[in-house]
Design a protein around this ligand. Structure first.
Ligand SMILES: NC(=O)c1ccc[n+]([C@@H]2O[C@H](COP(=O)([O-])OP(=O)(O)OC[C@H]3O[C@@H](n4cnc5c(N)ncnc54)[C@H](OP(=O)(O)O)[C@@H]3O)[C@@H](O)[C@H]2O)c1
Length: 216
């Protein structure tokens, strides 16, 4: 499978590294085709890893992952090119956080809308699946680093796309019962609005090595 990862930060590199280790080809996209962080990642990850612009990453991949700063995401997708996004699964890991006024950050969209929905509205032919955004990067691809049962939320409008993404999550180490499908893409409101709480918990625990659980 060919994956395009938009984003050179901790999330982009963590997910891209996991996918390459599983034998997939991964192109890491950035604003510049010669982005230094992406180049460093390519150097460490062998022949299945490559880099390019956001457009290169979208054009040459079957499944896309958005791991860019929430404030920049819509601009990034514009750079990737609508035709390169059409009919593809886009796993959206971003959060619409504005840190410009320091901590705690504010949500740039919430309550009646979300970044996941904005992406889906702007690119109706793309199958947006929102997931992985409610935990720190190391937990995303190594859920068993935490003891016991804990959950990963997933939502989106396309059932088949959610099934495919669920299968990818299982290859990351998630158990099928831990994947909570919350329904259509409007559920992004809830998962994105968990971030202010997530950040406060991190501040209290002084660690990002935790996750949410749901007990019935
Ligand atoms: N950090 C975590 O553990 C964590 C956990 C869950 C979810 N998230 C979410 O995942 C996303 C990625 O987080 P991160 O910490 O890995 O990285 P980040 O610093 O939030 O984002 C890095 C990426 O955003 C792009 N970017 C920044 N400003 C841009 C602009 N003005 N125009 C175009 N692109 C721009 C950068 O592109 P260039 O490479 O071209 O500079 C880079 O690839 C965020 O939305 C974050 O909220 C993070």
């Amino acid at each position: 499978m060919n994956f395009g990862v938009f984003g050179t930060g901790i999330v982009g590199t963590t997910l891209a590294t996991k996918l390459v280790s599983q034998g997939h080809k991964v192109i890491m996209g950035a604003r510049s085709a010669t982005n230094e962080k992406a180049a460093e990642w390519v150097k460490k990850n062998g022949p299945k890893a490559s880099q390019g612009t956001f457009e290169d990453a979208a054009l040459n991949s079957d499944i896309l992952l958005n791991c860019t700063k929430g404030e920049a995401t819509l601009q990034v997708l514009k750079l990737a090119g609508e035709y390169n996004l059409d009919k593809k699964i886009l796993i959206d890991v971003s959060n619409p956080l504005d840190f410009s006024k320091g901590m705690p950050p504010t949500l740039t969209v919430c309550n009646t809308d979300s970044l996941g929905e904005q992406i889906q509205k702007q690119y109706p032919l793309t199958m947006v699946v929102k997931t992985l955004n409610t935990m720190a990067a190391p937990v995303m691809t190594n859920p068993r680093m935490l003891p016991g049962f804990h959950v990963i939320f997933l939502c989106g409008n396309d059932a088949n796309a959610k099934e495919i993404v669920g299968d990818i999550l299982i290859t990351f180490g998630w158990k099928k019962e831990e994947i909570l499908d919350l329904g259509d893409i409007t559920s992004s409101r809830g998962t994105e609005m968990l971030l202010p709480l997530w950040l406060r918990i991190m501040g209290t625990l002084k660690s990002g090595a935790f996750n949410f659980n749901v007990v019935k």
